[in-house]
Design a protein around this ligand. Structure first.
Ligand code: PEP
Length: 256
């Protein structure tokens, strides 16, 4: 059965002490609140990873992730961090394909396919983001965009490897903008993604894949989004920096 996942993306926020203090505030509360089929993932800047892994050691349902890796194994890539290095901190996940990295760092589907392989090669589970821009939505081409991001970034994987992937549908026009996809808009795309996975890998794999929604999710809209049949949780940016908001989003699952 697929897991319900609430993942926080801290982006490039919080200095070392602020990150430790926010996580310490969250972790006990999270562990007390989560249900058996729920997974909470905090994707922090690299600097926090080892400390967060230690702080979450006794919280079974809390895992830690990074927000990027380099596609290469090791070597002369000044300033970069490899999958192996992230894994050595004890982190278990990595966000790949976030629209900010696609837009500001020129990350293409082809590069992302290499990063996916690097992650899986070191036992790191990718949270792979896909989503259309405002123009692509308005032109009506968004299904094509989603399909090609899936196919170019991920469909080189066989079914066994694909089962390590968590997907996040993040319409670019909704990220950090305060605009949220309506539950119907999000559900339409999530159902399309699941259908596309079923065509590629079979219904079992499609049914077992967690597909998260991301884009200005907050305590006020989480219930209507997460109650959709194909939405299995959220990738939360801004609201993951406020422990009360993040807690309220997690609690939505408990109320369902
Ligand atoms: C994100 O960056 O993945 C995200 C969903 O951000 P926000 O929740 O702030 O829109």
């Amino acid at each position: 059965m697929r897991k319900n996942i609430v993942a926080g993306n801290w982006k490039m926020n919080l200095d070392y002490e602020q990150g430790i203090s926010l996580f310490s505030e969250m972790v006990n509360m999270i562990q007390d609140e989560v249900h058996g089929n729920q997974q909470i993932i905090i994707c922090s800047p690299f600097i926090h990873l080892p400390a967060l892994v230690k702080l979450s050691a006794s919280a079974d349902q809390v895992a830690i992730g990074a927000q990027n890796i380099n596609q290469n194994q090791k070597g002369a890539f000044t300033g970069e961090i490899s999958a192996e290095q992230v894994k050595s901190t004890g982190a278990q996940y990595v966000i790949l394909g976030h629209s900010e990295r696609r837009a500001y760092f020129g990350e293409t589907d082809e590069l992302l396919a290499q990063k996916v392989d690097a992650a899986l090669g070191h036992d790191l589970r990718p949270i792979f983001c896909i989503g259309e821009t405002k123009e692509e939505r308005e032109s009506g081409d968004y299904f094509e965009v989603i399909k090609s991001q899936l196919s170019n970034g991920l469909f080189h994987l066989d079914a066994k490897a694909f089962q390590e992937i968590v997907l996040a549908y993040e319409p670019v026009w909704a990220i950090g903008t305060g605009l949220t996809a309506s539950p119907e808009q999000a559900q339409e795309v999530h159902a399309f993604i699941r259908k596309t996975l079923a065509e590629q890998y079979g219904q079992d794999v499609a049914d077992n894949t967690s597909i998260l929604y991301g884009g200005s999710a907050n305590p006020g809209n989480a219930q209507s989004l997460f109650s959709q049949p194909d939405i299995d949780g959220g990738l939360i940016g801004g609201a993951s920096l406020k422990s009360r908001d993040f807690q309220e989003i997690i609690n939505v699952f408990n109320a369902q």
